[in-house]
Design a protein around this ligand. Structure first.
Ligand SMILES: Cc1cc2nc3c(=O)[nH]c(=O)nc-3n(C[C@H](O)[C@H](O)[C@H](O)COP(=O)(O)OP(=O)(O)OC[C@H]3O[C@@H](n4cnc5c(N)ncnc54)[C@H](O)[C@@H]3O)c2cc1C
Length: 448
């Protein structure tokens, strides 16, 4: 399916260094397997937090620090209250946040322009998990457990591929490391036949076929949602319910390289507040919620987009995309002399058939259907007649019918199967270890 390892870890050379089109940060250090596998020195602290970005309205006016602080304080209050709130399981996270933020603005009788407060919450929701405009559940919001300590850590000038090196004990010259010779690239799995009389699983690609005792499925939730014919027979109802109900979002990263930077050294970027009267003719532009500086890339701005127009951004003609970006930057950054970029590159996770989206989230529908990562992570068993090696004397007579046992054939891993660390690399890694342990315990506890 792909000509490289890594999936949603995708580091590439760009401008003066590397960029990450997918995973970029190690989120915290406590109980974070990715952090534990890294060398402490190769991780750097990222300075680009919400607190030190500019917030600029589409009339070019920067919001004063005092007003930004006031609004961030209100958000903090909303989050603090949320922990003890009896949240309606049918309300989306986006609607909940807007409602509670508005309530706090009124309750505290804050003296801020109400249209500005509305613009702020629209952009804040996009930034927060990138899942604005989705049916992300407010009720299940706290199912995600952040790893404490150190915030956002980056891989300095190496990119997240450095972690893949740790994972397989490889390096730039030997990217597959200890798995050299064990990975077949460019194979698109077309069908997984899992209920065969001999208990094996047959994985069919375009040309090749692989027979296996067990298969660990790590397709993204987006791929699973789009693959009605991938499994033969179809997966059990509980898995189908999980796949159909859980949420999978769309996020797009837009890397813009300039000949020279046009911003001061201490500037970290801006969050865009679109005023109702300035909404752009190209609706996709308003899904880009800001441009931020990128660590170890002195001439690059990284734009972030999420929402219903991500697919349009991924498929739009490149020249139209660049024109739109330049227009947007000029519109918001009126105090800067914005130059035409040398190069623009965007991630294409939602239109890439190998991913079909960015990462999973707990949805209102999953809460309603009482399903989620735990259901998706359940292995699937088939009933097989137990066979023994001829040397095994415990089966004495050939006339005996061999006992029927339940053999786990399909295992599920990947970020969407993590109940508390979904949408992250550490969640994906933990899930792989979880399934490896499951296979080991199966062999330890069974007579195979
Ligand atoms: C824009 C973006 C930013 C992110 N930022 C961060 C971050 O800063 N920190 C963080 O921790 N996480 C981040 N994440 C999330 C993180 O990247 C993922 O959670 C994690 O990499 C998922 O790993 P996985 O193994 O579950 O799935 P994937 O990495 O998606 O692996 C799935 C694999 O399945 C393959 N595949 C799919 N279909 C087929 C098929 N039919 N046949 C054969 N192979 C197939 C794909 O090619 C891919 O290699 C980000 C994700 C995105 C998209």
């Amino acid at each position: 399916m792909s000509d490289r390892i890594g999936g949603r870890i995708k580091t590439m050379k760009f401008a003066d260094n590397y960029i990450d089109l997918g995973a970029q940060w190690v989120y915290g250090k406590d109980n974070n397997l990715v952090y534990e596998m890294a060398d402490v020195d190769e991780l750097g602290k990222t300075n680009g937090t919400i607190a030190n970005m500019d917030w600029i309205r589409s009339n070019g006016k920067k919001i004063t620090e005092g007003v930004v602080d006031q609004m961030l304080d209100l958000i903090t209050t909303v989050y603090d209250n949320m922990k003890d709130d009896k949240i309606d399981p049918t309300i989306t996270f986006g609607d909940y946040l807007s409602k509670m933020f508005d309530r706090e603005v009124e309750k505290q009788n804050i003296r801020i322009d109400r249209s500005l407060a509305k613009e702020f919450i629209v952009t804040f929701k996009k930034m927060e998990g990138n899942m604005a405009d989705t049916d992300m559940s407010a009720f299940d919001y706290w199912s995600f457990q952040p790893c404490g300590g150190s915030g956002l850590l980056n891989w300095r000038d190496k990119g997240f591929k450095q972690f893949l090196h740790h994972l397989v004990n490889g390096d730039d010259l030997n990217e597959h490391g200890v798995l050299k010779g064990c990975i077949d690239l460019n194979r698109r799995v077309r069908q997984v036949e899992w209920d065969r009389p001999d208990g094996s699983v047959l994985v069919s690609c375009e040309k090749e076929k692989y027979s296996a005792d067990h298969v660990v499925i790590t397709f993204s939730l987006g791929v699973l949602k789009h693959s009605s014919t991938l499994f033969q027979p179809s997966l059990p109802d509980s898995h189908c319910k999980a796949i159909n109900s859980m949420g999978f979002g769309n996020v797009c990263k837009i890397f813009v390289e300039f000949q020279e930077k046009f911003w001061p050294d201490d500037w970290r970027g801006f969050n865009a507040l679109w005023r109702a009267q300035d909404l752009p003719a190209q609706p996709w532009l308003k899904d880009i919620y800001g441009f931020h500086v990128y660590d170890h890339q002195p001439r690059v701005l990284l734009g972030w987009a999420c929402g219903v127009h991500v697919e349009a951004i991924e498929t739009i003609k490149h020249s139209a995309l660049v024109d739109g970006i330049v227009r947007m930057l000029n519109h918001f950054l009126r105090n800067f002399n914005v130059s035409r970029p040398n190069n623009v590159i965007i991630s294409k996770w939602s239109t890439d058939p190998a991913h079909r989206g960015s990462y999973s989230y707990p949805s209102v529908l999953a809460t309603e259907n009482d399903t989620g990562p735990k259901s998706l992570a359940q292995p699937i068993h088939v009933q097989v007649a137990e066979t023994r090696e001829p040397s095994d004397t415990s089966i004495s007579s050939t006339s005996e019918t061999p006992p029927i046992t339940a053999r786990p054939v399909l295992f599920f891993a990947g970020e969407a199967t993590s109940s508390n660390h979904y949408s992250t690399v550490h969640g994906a890694v933990e899930s792989g270890i979880r399934e490896a342990d499951r296979i080991i315990s199966f062999y330890r506890s069974s007579t195979y």
